[in-house]
Design a protein around this ligand. Sequence first.
Ligand code: DQA
Length: 154
Amino acid sequence: MIRVLLLHGPNLNALGRRDCRHYGRITLEELERKVRQWGRELGLEVVAYQSNHEGTLIDEIQRWTDEARGAIVNFGALTHSSYALHDALVDFGHPAVEVHLSKISEREPWRRQSVIRPACCAHFEGHGAEGYKMALERLEQELGTNSHTHPDRP
Ligand code: DQA
């Protein structure tokens, strides 16, 4: 199976009890479980990781550069400020899809900008957990893993 990363940034470990109006009631554990399952259905092995620290997220991206072929990222508030994460995704060299549970383009002005977006091939926001499914489908297209599009594949 093709391996893809699922990376979550600061405060997303608090999903389920944090600002449920924007982020819903799903916990990070439940979300990761769903994404792993959706991934398997598409032939993608999802490796999930969360950190509240920018440098640790960069270490993780670098660690998986040779072992993973893509990434789904929700860097939380670091989305709006971290050029270092932008650069790490560029160096990663595989397709990355940006996801946000809430619709950041309709929230506070500072939240509307994503500095990591130029390093991503697509973004989904405001669809809750479903946004991650959309991201997986997009990655699958990018990576060409679908047996429907590759009928010769066993
Ligand atoms: C978020 C949006 C960010 O602005 C916020 O800081 C988060 C969550 C989202 O998933 O909607 O932590 O990335």
